[in-house]
Write a protein that binds this ligand. Structure first.
Ligand code: C2E
Ligand code: CA
Ligand code: CA
Length: 492
């Protein structure tokens, strides 16, 4: 009999029993309990009403209790006590909606290979006990805070937020080993498959994630006794990136980032007249990580503003402890990433921050990569001129790498251009590069824009640039990026 019919029969039987007892004994009760005839008359009048109120209350209580039990039964897998599939999907959806932007979630499926064989080998009752024990063992082996469910007869699922460092491969192998041990305890040689899907890379809703996990499971089932990631390389990379992002967050909070200075030289005198500030990250286990690697990550997670301020405050502290400002160092160039430049509020905040560092403010200029300005030329024109009004010189970095470098110069009034290293490295070997550099020199001269050649690595390159009349240069040949102490010695 299904549960709805059972409940209805219970309600009807209770009603019938209560009504019969009432008919048989209510008069007798009134006679015995109430000695006074006046009171009996009143009781007789209201007896029917009392019956209606009591039965209504009784039936209501029964129906509510039945509903609760029904809901509980729907939320739970009756065999294992794990959550039901309905509950699992509902909670997965809810959890995804409540995730913070940087949080990740792992969804894992475990499916027993050839479950029918187990049923045949040890019988249904023992197989049920095996599933119950497996559910318990899984619950203990899963990540803390996991939400586990039995989706089908021999298929389990769980999801959890990934927090902190987590070796996924190792964990999945542990679960497989646990399965193998348990099956041995039951005297069966059985294996299982595990599949993994990660939020957000393998799906942005519960449904998409579950489809990804199922797809991966199908691949695993073909092999048996296998662990299959929805896309292993993708997910591994995503985990590494996430770990690096957490490490970077830590590095910012614990003041691990540092700065180095690369001198900029006047090509007529070969004197230093300014420095470019470059950020450095010495990772505790990975060593130095290049800004080319972590700045894009910082951009993705909105950390560039913090990094820029950190760089500025370090430079202010370090350089104001020397007597170089205004004498040997007339410009301090800081780099601003594309994402930061394209957020004009953030740029203005940065400028306010620079202005507050009174010792260095008059010397600071900002380097923006050419491609960043090209992303939104109209906005760039406005932003650059408003930054210049605040007294900040603007330099276009990596000039020549964009598709419309020249068109850009028509619209933007910048203070400096830095020819990209790729042209300078060929200036002594490739005539076309040399011609381009020479054209840029002529053009910036007639515009009255300062010009810097980046990445000078040889004496020949230096000589050619000097002969062509380039104003300034930077590069390993002249001076590598260096910490403050070395810069002080270099300039002495
Ligand atoms: P960039 O602004 O073009 O900086 C020049 C890069 O070229 C630096 O690499 C510098 O060390 C390197 N370099 C200088 N001279 C030579 C040379 O002669 N030969 C060669 N092969 N390389 C040379 P670094 O420090 O690894 O920085 C890479 C990029 O990371 C920078 O390119 C810049 O875009 C970004 N970056 C560095 N520091 C910061 C920062 O504080 N904030 C932001 N937003 N980005 C930064
Ligand atoms: Ca630069
Ligand atoms: Ca550059």
């Amino acid at each position: 009999m299904n549960s709805t019919v059972t409940s209805a029969v219970k309600v009807a039987a209770t009603y019938a029993l209560f009504a019969t007892l009432w008919i048989l004994f209510s008069d007798l009760a009134v006679e015995t309990l109430l000695p006074n005839s006046q009171m009996r008359a009143v009781a007789q009048t209201y007896k029917g009403l009392a019956f209606v109120v009591i039965t209504a209350g009784l039936l209501l209580a029964m129906v509510l209790k039945g509903n609760n039990a029904l809901e509980k039964a729907n939320d739970m897998d009756s065999l294992t006590g794990l959550h039901s599939m309905t509950m699992f999907v509902r909670t997965l959806n809810l959890t995804i909606r409540q995730l913070k932007p940087n949080e990740q979630l792992i969804l894992g499926y475990l499916d027993i290979d050839d479950f029918k064989r187990i049923n045949d080998a040890i019988g249904f009752d023992k197989a049920d006990a095996f599933l119950q024990d497996l559910a318990q063992a899984l619950n203990q082996a899963l990540l803390p805070g996991s939400f586990a469910s039995r989706l089908h007869a021999d298929q389990f699922a769980s999801f959890a937020k990934i927090t902190g460092e987590y070796d996924m491969d190792e964990h999945m192998q542990d679960i497989q080993r646990l399965y193998n041990r348990l099956s041995k305890d039951y005297g069966i040689e059985s294996t299982c498959c595990i599949s993994i899907a990660l939020y957000p890379q393998d799906g942005s809703t519960a449904k998409e994630l579950m489809v990804s996990a199922t797809e991966a499971l199908n691949v695993a089932k073909e092999k048996k006794n296998a662990i299959q990631y929805h896309d292993k390389t993708l997910t591994e990379k995503a985990l590494q990136r996430r770990q690096m992002m957490l490490d970077l967050r830590n590095a910012i909070d614990n003041d691990v980032l540092s700065v180095v200075y690369q001198p900029k030289y006047d090509l007529k005198t070969l004197n230093v007249n300014g420095v470019e500030v470059l950020v450095r990250w010495n990772h505790p286990s990975k060593g130095f990580i290049a800004p080319d690697v972590f700045i894009p990550l910082a951009e993705k997670h909105g950390l560039t503003g913090e990094i820029s301020k950190l760089v500025i405050s370090k430079v202010a502290k370090e350089l104001s402890s020397t007597d170089l400002l205004g004498s040997k160092i007339k410009t301090i160039a800081v780099n601003v990433s594309a994402a930061e430049f394209n957020d004009s509020d953030e740029m203005h905040e940065l400028v306010r921050y620079i202005q507050a560092q009174k010792a260095i403010a008059p010397f600071v200029s900002i380097e923006i990569t050419e491609t960043a300005t090209l992303d939104n030329l109209n906005n760039s024109v406005e932003l650059i001129s408003s930054l210049q009004k605040c007294g900040i010189a603007i330099s276009i970095d990596d000039f020549g790498t964009g598709y419309t470098s020249l068109a850009m110069l028509k619209d933007l009034t910048v203070d400096e251009i830095k020819i990209d290293r790729s042209y300078i490295s060929e200036v002594d070997s490739d005539d076309r590069s040399k011609t381009i550099v020479s054209a840029i020199i002529a053009m910036t001269n007639s515009f009255g824009i300062n010009l810097v050649a980046e990445g000078v690595e040889t004496e020949t390159q230096l000589k050619i640039l000097q002969e062509m009349g380039c104003q300034q240069a930077q590069g390993y040949y002249l001076g590598r990026p260096m910490p403050l102490q070395q810069l002080v010695e270099h300039l002495a």
